[in-house]
Write a protein that binds this ligand. Sequence first.
Ligand code: CTP
Ligand code: ZN
Length: 154
Amino acid sequence: MAETTLRVSKIKYGTVIDHITGGHALDVVKILGITGRTNGIVLIAMHVASKQLGIKDIVKVEGRELKPEEVDKIALLAPHASINIVHDYKVVDKKQVKLPEIIQGIVKCGNPACISNSNEPVKPKFYIKSQEPLIIGCHYCGYIMEKQDILKQF
Ligand code: CTP
Ligand code: ZN
């Protein structure tokens, strides 16, 4: 199908997070700490047609790159996302996010009795049980967390 229109304009410098799982653009915006009071242009497209995904979301952020922790969080919600770095209107770098086998540090265990929630110096650690739908299990107590539980922490 030929594209007849460009839905959101190109950016000059910054980052395009493309191929976001449909419906998760605003979660990505939240992960990036963007609020209405943040400076800089942010373009958001939701539920646009995608050959690979059927529908996808896109978030374009002018004037900044992403921190590794932000990319890891995006990978949890949108395992097919690509991170495109744009310089002077050209894509100079394109990376697929990668869901790590072990998730360390970015999600807290939902079980209050878990050792990772005690005063012990134990960092939370999870294994991926299922990618889509996302299900992770705590290394220490076995507690299972789903995407919705993880989203509440972001
Ligand atoms: N993009 C942008 N501003 C630019 C350049 C690119 O907003 N100055 C956006 C494009 O609209 C697209 C994404 O960045 O959403 C990746 O651009 P590009 O690699 O040119 O597109 P595709 O080849 O279609 O990417 P892919 O193969 O990853 O789908
Ligand atoms: Zn636990």
